[in-house]
Design a protein around this ligand. Structure first.
Ligand SMILES: Nc1ncnc2c1ncn2[C@@H]1O[C@H](COP(=O)(O)OP(=O)(O)O)[C@@H](O)[C@H]1O
Ligand SMILES: [Mg+2]
Length: 220
């Protein structure tokens, strides 16, 4: 998915959080967003997701003004993890995946994603019995079931152990190579294997973005 953000400012009530943010991404780009707590990272992606309402002509998704955008199914989203996640009723991993699904992924593909993220054996587990890191990986698979053109991940590896963090980055790099645009917020980018193309530093709502030369075919 192509993304175009033009001089976007955004605040809650009287307080400005994002200050004149502009950037462009092409299909297949991989943007990492870093910045201190409270710098506006989650606020920015909530603008891209239509959760935070923005004025017309500030954000275009595939050249469509975000306020006219309807194909939300094209976006996979893993929200920032909340503590004490709890469902009001018992639901298994497979059930949560099937209620999120819009008919695009095949049975085989679902199994492949579960396996890639190391949670194949948890398919029929009640999600209330999962550890934080396991649940986070379920949410990652959930974001993939509709074959998104844009994948937005807000600190997806918090609580995930190092083996599974590596699995996660391999999966994301593979998806990105297949042309999926990725936006990732993380605090551990230096140690990660993310093969990103752009990095944005948010300083108190002001964005500085840099393009990174990545080696074509580099799988690291
Ligand atoms: N729904 C909200 N209502 C009011 N203020 C908010 C809301 N969400 C975030 N904020 C404030 O906006 C600022 C940026 O938050 P956020 O985008 O979550 O930062 P980050 O993700 O970089 O840690 C913080 O000061 C936060 O308290
Ligand atoms: Mg955040």
């Amino acid at each position: 998915m192509r993304i175009n953000v033009n001089n976007l400012s955004f605040g809650y009530d009287y307080r400005t959080v994002l200050k004149d943010v502009s950037f462009k991404l092409e299909s297949g780009d991989f943007l990492v967003i870093i910045g201190n707590n409270g710098s506006g990272k989650s606020t920015l992606i909530k603008c891209l997701l239509g959760i935070n309402k923005v004025p017309n002509k500030k954000i275009y998704l595939d050249d469509i003004n975000i306020n006219d955008y309807r194909r939300w199914i094209n976006i996979g989203y893993v929200p920032q993890k909340f503590d004490d996640f709890n469902y009001e009723f018992p639901i298994t991993v497979n059930e949560i995946l099937s209620v999120s699904k819009y008919g695009k992924i095949t049975e085989d593909e679902r199994l492949i994603w579960l396996d890639k993220l190391g949670i194949l054996e948890l398919q029929n587990e009640n999600i209330n019995n999962l550890s934080g890191g396991q649940l986070q990986r379920v949410f990652i698979v959930r974001a993939l079931v509709n074959k998104p053109k844009l994948l937005i991940l807000d600190e997806p590896t918090v609580g995930v152990d190092s083996t599974n963090i590596e699995r996660f980055y391999n999966t994301i790099n593979d998806l990105n190579k297949m042309g999926v645009t990725v936006i990732l917020i993380t605090h551990d980018i230096k140690s990660s294997k993310a093969n990103f193309s752009h990095i944005m530093h948010l300083y108190n709502g002001t964005a500085v973005m840099k393009k990174i030369d990545r080696n074509v075919g580099d799988s690291s």
